[in-house]
Design a protein around this ligand. Structure first.
Ligand code: PHE
Length: 336
């Protein structure tokens, strides 16, 4: 047989047999048939090399080696493939612990505000909204706070450098609201009595930060205006609200106080263990404020209150430091 045909025949049938082998046993049979050392097709091929003339032998011998190496490599590759364990569903170990999906939560203050709206809503108060950037009229003037009142001191507020101010033009000074009482004015400007609203949101004051003070905190403002609104109703609403949110063991105390926009005014405290903590201010709306929004103080009266949301949340959950709310520490936040 011509040696070239013998080589071609050997190589083609060896590669086909290797590719067709589907198990370790089958590939072993192929190995013995095509690459066996003692007998088999490689031996036959070697005999072909022996038959060629001496001058051709070096070239044919080289070809023999190449064909043998190629078939050996193909066989080893197929052996490796057949050894590899097949991937299957049963390879998943279902007894291993899973990877829990972390679910986010609402911030404790956001939760508190939801609770507040829910509770106060049962007294018929609906939620109103107002801007955090305010003008002096809504933050002070309409609330009967005169120009020279210490609360208007620029050092007691966060004033904004507005664009027109920067350009040296005429300015309407703006500031971050220092109280949610601004929303009282904004609501009364637009609506006629009877009014029963609350407004919850952020207020800003450059206070020295400590365990109970922050330069930004949240208030819930309440406003009720109508024909026979009384201080007795105000006290009842605040007592019922506080005990509903904090439980029956909380005592609410009213202390005479002064706010330019209420007369009479009270400061409201709650008991916390042996201590009292101030939770807000309240009072009957000053006639000057009613007049500023175009109401007739002879016909309508009203009460207003402003409560610190953080302090309620702190007492309910025994949180001793207001700064925890703003530090974004998951070890704290994930407890609520
Ligand atoms: N706005 C007052 C404060 O922030 C609280 C207050 C609200 C007092 C409504 C009276 C009436 O201190």
């Amino acid at each position: 047989m011509d040696h070239a045909i013998a080589f071609q025949d050997y190589e083609a049938s060896a590669l086909a047999a290797i590719a067709a082998a589907k198990s370790a046993a089958e590939i072993e049979e192929v190995r013995i048939e095509f690459l066996g050392k003692k007998k088999g097709r490689l031996k036959d091929l070697q005999a072909v090399v022996g038959q060629v003339s001496a001058d051709l032998r070096p070239a044919v011998g080289k070809l023999f080696n190449e064909v043998r190496d190629k078939v050996t490599a193909a066989l080893e590759a197929q052996q490796a493939l057949l050894r590899k364990p097949k991937k299957s569903l049963t390879a998943i170990d279902i007894s291993l612990p899973g990877q829990p999906v972390l679910l986010g939560k609402r911030h404790p203050l956001a939760q508190t505000m939801e609770d507040f709206k829910d509770i106060i809503g049962r007294f018929g108060f609906i939620v109103a909204d107002g801007p955090e950037i305010e003008d002096e009229y809504h933050n002070f003037k309409a609330l009967n706070i005169p120009e020279d009142h210490p609360a208007r001191d620029p050092l007691e507020n966060f004033y904004l450098a507005t664009a027109s101010y920067a350009a040296g033009g005429p300015v309407t000074p703006r500031l971050l609201r220092s109280q949610t009482s601004t929303v009282q004015i904004r609501v009364m400007e637009k609506q006629q009595p009877p009014i029963r609203i609350v407004s919850l949101g952020r207020v800003y004051r450059p206070d020295t930060i400590d365990a109970t003070h922050s330069c930004m905190f949240h208030q819930m403002e309440g406003l009720m205006v109508g024909e026979h609104v009384t201080m007795a109703q105000l006290k009842t609403v605040l007592r019922l609200f506080a005990t509903t949110y904090l439980g029956q063991d909380v005592t609410i105390r009213f202390r005479p106080s002064f706010f330019p926009f209420t007369e009479p005014s009270v400061e409201v405290d709650m008991s916390w263990g042996k201590d009292w903590l101030e939770i807000g201010g309240a009072g009957m709306i000053d006639p000057n404020v009613l007049r500023a929004v175009g109401y007739d103080p002879e016909k309508v009266s009203g009460f207003a209150f402003g409560l610190g949301i953080e302090r309620f949340c702190m007492r309910r959950h025994q949180i001793r430091d207001i700064r925890r709310f703003y530090e974004n520490d998951l070890r704290f936040l994930s407890q609520f």
